[in-house]
Design a protein around this ligand. Structure first.
Ligand SMILES: [Fe+2]
Length: 481
């Protein structure tokens, strides 16, 4: 079977797998032939795509890690805030995971988007348990990890929908309300003797970053438990893969890139590695576009981080990209998830049509760094590139202000920290600021913070991460929420 975006599904196609509603009830049977009525119904329910079975894909089998029935049960328990039920689901989930010989997260979620919090909780439980397994933790710990995943966002049910699903930027006040959900989740559980302290702590701190920039308490990596680090990684991983009212889903490739880019800033590296061991860059059954423009379907990955998989062209020809004769071909983008160039084109057209091209100043003494940033951000922003802190100050004195600054920390004469201080104190400008640095030491981080930086990125950085961070500091909302 293969994944097909609903926009490309036509009557007569046969489903490759059942389609369930958020209660775990079968909406359409596994071999159902799709009619226009069914397709309309799927669109109405908010599905993005379905798995279909055809002659091109009949040898591609993709298994969910947990049964749809258990997934439905998990969603239902979270929805009803049934903690006893969640405990049973966590136990069963671990038992199903441990029965699997190998775990490859190929299957895409077909879920309905208005049930985000519930299905997200089940996914976080699943990913947390998989990471725990991958890190050699025992069965009891796996169950506790899964339980923490199911319960971590219970507090979101106290947050008004207008804030949870708001498409635009959250106000400061709304963001404070949003952030309170971690503590509310913890408050539900704190009096319960039958829930392990490790689970409660992980729930409370699931939005903490290893560099101390998270919430509610701003604790750092060495103060975080392994459970806390795992649930944070699982939470963001699922958020990035998901479609939300304010963002498109990232492809597996982009998510992997983002997660690696945020190691040492948001995440613990070992935890990220343990997760990515199970995440294929190109999931089986997904449609991709190759560098020669042809479309293909992913048939088989030899291992998780394989960039040369076996693919099938739309005329049925199977190609092994590892074969020497195919070395001139690469996979460039997902055909229907809108990654890379397709996404870039969409982002570009949105920016142009809305006339909201934000102004961003980039300050770096190295020409190669400026060029690299220009390559990544040029189509998204109105860029001004300057080579020193002094030039940046002069520009800001003479010109209209900018919407954000991306600045190198380590520059001769006047470093980034000093430049930022002068912008604030001498020019009295409060501009969102993202630092770029090769120095991953606490002292630099503290200095960046002290001068009011909104974020910082370590070199070498991943393009997806810098794009997302810049968007976050300008709009107040990132892709990882
Ligand atoms: Fe959360």
């Amino acid at each position: 079977m293969r994944y097909v975006n609903l926009a490309n599904v036509t009557p007569g196609m046969k489903l490759g797998t059942e389609v369930y509603d958020s209660y775990g009830r079968v909406l359409l049977g596994g071999k159902a032939e799709l009619t226009q009525e069914y397709i309309d119904k799927l669109i109405y329910y908010g599905f993005d795509g379905v798995y279909i079975s055809d002659s091109l894909s009949k040898d591609i089998s993709i298994e969910p890690i947990i049964t749809p029935a258990l997934r439905g049960q998990g969603i239902d328990c979270v929805r009803r805030q049934d903690i006893e039920g969640c405990k049973a689901v966590a136990k069963e989930m671990v038992s199903e995971i441990m029965k699997k010989g190998s775990i490859s997260l190929d299957m895409q979620d077909l879920r309905e988007c208005d049930d985000y919090t519930y299905s997200h909780s089940v996914n976080v439980a699943l990913y947390s348990a998989i990471v725990a397994l991958s890190m050699g933790m025992d069965e009891k710990s796996l169950e506790e990890m899964a339980l923490a995943g199911l319960l971590h966002d219970l507090g979101k049910m106290s947050i008004p929908d207008e804030i949870l699903n708001k498409e635009g930027r959250l106000t400061q006040e709304e963001y404070q309300i949003m952030k309170s959900h971690a503590k509310i989740s913890y408050d539900y559980l704190k009096e319960r003797w039958d829930i392990a302290p490790n689970v409660k702590v992980a729930v409370l701190y699931h939005h903490e970053n290893v560099d101390g920039s998270g919430y509610p308490s701003g604790i750092k990596g060495d103060e975080m438990t392994l459970y806390t680090k795992i649930i944070h990684v699982a939470d963001v991983f699922d958020a990035l893969l998901s479609k939300r009212p304010y963002k498109k889903p990232y492809s597996a490739y982009e998510v992997s890139e983002y997660m690696m880019g945020a190691c040492g800033i948001m995440f613990d590296q070992q935890v990220v590695q343990a997760l990515l061991k199970h995440v294929p860059l190109y999931p089986k059954g997904s449609e991709m576009i190759m560098s020669d423009g042809r479309h293909c379907i992913l048939v088989e990955n030899k291992d998780m981080n394989n960039v040369r998989p076996i693919v099938r062209l739309m005329d049925g020809t199977t190609l092994n990209l590892l074969d020497q004769e195919n070395f001139n071909i690469t996979l460039v983008s997902a055909a229907d998830s809108g990654s890379f160039s397709i996404e870039s084109e969409e982002e570009r057209s949105v920016m142009i049509s809305d006339f909201t091209k934000y102004k961003v100043m980039v300050v770096d003494d190295m020409m190669t760094n400026l060029q690299m940033i220009r390559g990544i951000l040029d189509y998204l922003y109105d860029l001004t590139l300057v080579k020193s802190g002094n030039q940046a100050l002069k520009y800001l004195q003479k010109n209209e202000t900018v919407d954000a600054i991306v600045m190198d920390v380590d520059m001769p004469d006047m470093d980034g920290i000093e430049t930022a201080r002068k912008i604030k104190e001498e020019l009295h400008k409060d501009i969102p600021l993202l630092f770029v640095t090769t120095l991953n030491d606490m002292e630099t981080v503290e200095k960046c913070r002290a001068v009011g930086a909104d974020g910082y990125i370590l070199r070498p950085y991943q393009p997806t991460f810098i794009k997302s961070e810049l968007k976050r500091i300008i709009t107040g909302r990132g892709d990882a929420e």
